[in-house]
Write a protein that binds this ligand. Structure first.
Ligand code: ADP
Ligand code: MG
Length: 360
């Protein structure tokens, strides 16, 4: 991909960079649940999420707003600690369960081994301190070095993420940076300790397409250089197509489908994944053809629908003879890649080929 190509166009062309996954998982999430007690009832934001991420690999977590993407990644960073949130399951990182390790050990890991890039750099960068000072501090928390050494390293990092004239800009304040430059600065801050895992939560959502493509290019380049693993969270399938080799499709706090980028783009199994694909903008389609958002609303996380959480919005709910509305589907083992759906695989394939694919 060239920097000028739009991320959303990647799938249309079918051309993607190849990624390689090697070795044991760095991260294993097992049956993760994050529930929030509220006055209205227990909000089950994440309700039984499992996935693995290989060393150096990239997984894309996609789903509509409110599907539990951010809450699940905040759990990895330990950001629900000390709140009323109820967590269960396991988050095994490098052999340790992040849900049960001590606060001090977690503090050591956070920012050093696991770093996060947010959608809005202004929420991560303090307005009263220079960009350089904040990045230097992020480094000095984990490294016993002089201010001078930290500053040198910070300038190098700012330069590395493509900030022009880094040795001068290091002394500027966040508001003196453009949105794209702030996002680069946040990436520099996330990478300064050479983390093993980067969680990028909608890292380009606030940026215009050109800058978005540049930031994704930057992340990819840095990943190759630093060998970090990445969790990229986005509602934009185009972004995952550019970045990830594995995709996890989330709906209502659960994973409903898991597969390679090719699986999800060319042989998607879940009717929700079909809906996401149909609602995706494409460069080769004329403007008049409206995007088709998925009809209906996201499920209540307090009283989720019985059976399959997607059933009230699923156009094919009758295909499984009522199982959809009565029992939650397990992952279908007969499917070529894991999918939680009651519709028999052969029927799904036929629906996709005859009804869905021609409209994509
Ligand atoms: N502290 C909280 N208390 C209650 N509900 C919450 C809390 N944090 C998040 N939620 C709810 O959890 C759901 C999932 O949120 P989130 O993970 O942020 O979704 P997204 O997939 O858009 O990142 C949303 O419905 C949100 O309102
Ligand atoms: Mg989010």
């Amino acid at each position: 991909m060239t920097p000028s190509s739009t991320p959303s166009a990647a799938t249309a062309a079918g051309a993607r960079p190849t990624h390689h996954t090697v070795g044991e998982p760095l991260l294993s999430v097992r049956d993760l649940k994050v529930h929030f007690p509220t006055d209205d009832g227990l909000v089950k934001s994440v309700d039984g999420l499992s996935y693995d991420l290989a060393q150096g690999g990239t997984i894309g977590i996609v789903g509509e707003s409110g599907s539990g993407k951010s809450v699940s990644s905040q759990a990895i960073m330990g950001l629900h600690r000390g709140t009323r949130a109820q967590l269960s399951g396991e988050i095994i990182f490098d052999g340790k369960d992040l849900l049960t390790i001590g606060d001090e050990e977690l503090r050591q890991l956070r920012g050093r081994d696991i770093a996060m890039v947010f959608q809005d750099p202004l929420s991560a960068l303090h307005p009263y301190y220079t960009v350089g000072n904040q990045i230097m501090e992020a480094y000095r928390v984990h490294h016993d070095v002089s201010k001078k050494a930290a500053r040198t390293r910070t300038v190098e990092m700012l330069d590395r993420v493509g900030i022009p004239n880094a040795s001068a800009r290091v002394d500027q304040y966040p508001h003196e940076f453009s949105g794209g430059m702030r996002q680069r600065a946040m990436i520099a801050m996330a990478l300064i300790n050479d983390p093993r895992l980067i969680i990028a939560d909608e890292p380009t959502t606030a940026l215009d397409v050109t800058v978005q493509a540049q930031i994704l290019d930057l992340l990819r380049g840095l990943q190759t250089e630093f060998g970090s693993s990445i969790i990229i969270i986005t509602h934009d399938l185009g972004v995952v197509a550019e970045m990830a080799e594995q995709i996890l499709v989330m709906y209502g706090g659960r994973a409903v489908e898991r597969g390679s980028v090719d699986d999800i783009f060319y042989a998607p199994e879940h009717p929700y994944a079909w809906g996401l694909l149909s609602s995706m903008p494409r460069m080769d389609r004329v403007r008049e053809e409206r995007l088709r958002p998925i009809a209906g609303n996201p499920p209540s996380l307090i009283n989720p629908p019985a059976g399959c959480v997607f059933n009230p919005r699923c156009p094919y709910v009758d295909e499984a003879r009522l199982g959809c509305v009565s029992k939650p589907p397990a992952f279908d083992e007969s499917s070529p890649h894991p999918v939680r759906c009651h519709i028999p695989h052969e029927t799904r394939r036929e629906i996709f080929q005859t009804k869905v694919k021609p409209t994509l």
